[in-house]
Design a protein around this ligand. Sequence first.
Ligand SMILES: NC(=O)c1ccc[n+]([C@@H]2O[C@H](COP(=O)([O-])OP(=O)(O)OC[C@H]3O[C@@H](n4cnc5c(N)ncnc54)[C@H](OP(=O)(O)O)[C@@H]3O)[C@@H](O)[C@H]2O)c1
Length: 325
Amino acid sequence: MRMTAALYDRYGPAAEVLKVVQVDRPEPGPGQVRARMQLSGINPTDWKSRSGATPRPIDGFQVPHHDGVGVIDAVGDGVDQSRVGQRVWTWMAAAGNQWGTAAQWCVLPSRHAVPLPDSASAELGACLGVPAMTAHRCLFADGPIEGKNVLVAGGAGAVGHYAIELAKFHGARVAATVSGPQKAELATQAGADLVVNYRDASAADRLRSFAAQMDRIVELALGANLELDLAVSGPQTHIVDYAAEPEDPVLPVRKCMNANVAIRFILLYGVPADALDLAAADIAAALRAGALTELPVTRFGLDEVARAHQAVEAGTVGKVVLEIP
Ligand SMILES: NC(=O)c1ccc[n+]([C@@H]2O[C@H](COP(=O)([O-])OP(=O)(O)OC[C@H]3O[C@@H](n4cnc5c(N)ncnc54)[C@H](OP(=O)(O)O)[C@@H]3O)[C@@H](O)[C@H]2O)c1
C-alpha cells in the first residue's frame, strides 16, 4: 500500500528540498507502533535539521517532524495488541527514524506514542512533544520544584508556555518574561504569577520583588538575558539554557562566581532515556488533569509543508501544524 508523505533527501531551503510524494507505507518493526496521523506539529528543530543549520543524519530520505497526533493502527512484535485504536501524541518521532509525523502514517518506538485523553484537543496533542519534553527537563533536571520560584524567559514561546504550565502544575511560583502585550497575555493565560517585559528598565526590580533568588531560570537567550538572570540568582539558582543564540555569548565568569550560580545546558537529543520517559509520564498526567493548554495554532495542508516550515522560520507566534489528509 502507498501513502502520501512530505520528505527531503538533502539539506537546503524549504521550497527547494521539501517534496510531497507517494511512498510505500511502512510496517512497524519490533517494539514499534504505526499511527495514522491527523496533525503534524512543527518545531524550530525540524527546519534547522532540514536546512542543515543543525544537521541530523539522513538515511536515504527523511519524513520530517517529531510531534503529531494520530491513532495507532498496527503494532510490531513485543507491543501489546490492545494499543491498536489508541489516540496518541508523539515525541521525538523523527530522532534516528526516517518516518517522522509529516505523512499519512508514522512508525515509531511504542514508548514515543503516548495516549491522549479524550478531553485534549488534537491541536494540543500535536504540539506537545518537543516543547513540553524540553520544558520538563529544564524544570526537573535539578530536582523537584514544589514551592520553588521559577523564572521562565520567553513565556509566550512554545517551550516557555509549557514550562509555565508544568511548573504551576507541580506547585511552583512562576514569573515569566515577554517582549510585549500580546505575549504578556499568552503568558498570563498559561498561569504565570508575574509577567514582566524584559525590555523594561524596571524588569530586574520587578523580578527581585517577586523572588530575591530564583530556584530555576528556564532560559533561551543566555547572552541577552544573563544580566537580568544574575540579578535574581544565588547559590540555590540553576539557570537552564535550552537554545543557542546566533552568536555565542562571552561568559562574565566573575559575576557568575559572585552569584554562586549553576548553569546547565540541555539538548533534547541527548537527554537520558529515563529522564525522557519520566517527562512523557508527567506530561501525560498533566494532560489528564487538564493542566496543559494549546497555544494559538496556524494550520497548513500537508502539500503546503514548505510554506509551513517558512512560517516557523519566520517566528510565527504560537504553533504551526500540518493537516494530514
Ligand atoms: N535544546 C533543545 O532540546 C530545544 C528544544 C526545543 C526548542 N529549542 C530551541 O529553543 C528555541 C525556542 O523554541 P520554541 O519552540 O519555544 O520557539 P518559539 O515558540 O518561537 O518561542 C521563542 C520565544 O522566545 C522569545 N524570545 C526571543 N528572544 C528572547 C529574549 N532575549 N528573552 C526572552 N524571550 C525571548 C520570543 O519572543 P520575543 O522575540 O517576542 O521575545 C518567543 O516567544 C528555538 O531556538 C529552538 O530551536 C531547543
